[in-house]
Design a protein around this ligand. Structure first.
Ligand SMILES: [Zn+2]
Length: 60
């Protein structure tokens, strides 16, 4: 429901926005090389996903 902006107190606005903060990025440990990896993503260090090789990572 639309409410005029001046009717919303700073307190109420803050209470509503208390749920809007971004969460800290969650990292899981790669089963192969134990490096931190984003969940549901291939490890960029060793190219494994859930302990299985998926892609080959080139060495530099
Ligand atoms: Zn890895």
């Amino acid at each position: 429901m639309a409410v005029p902006k001046r009717k919303i107190s700073k307190s109420r606005k803050g209470m509503r926005r208390s749920h809007l903060a971004l969460k800290e990025t969650q990292l899981v440990e790669c089963l192969k090389c134990k490096s931190p990896v984003l969940p549901h993503a291939i490890c960029s260090v060793c190219g494994h996903y859930r302990g299985k090789p998926v892609i080959t990572v080139e060495d530099f």
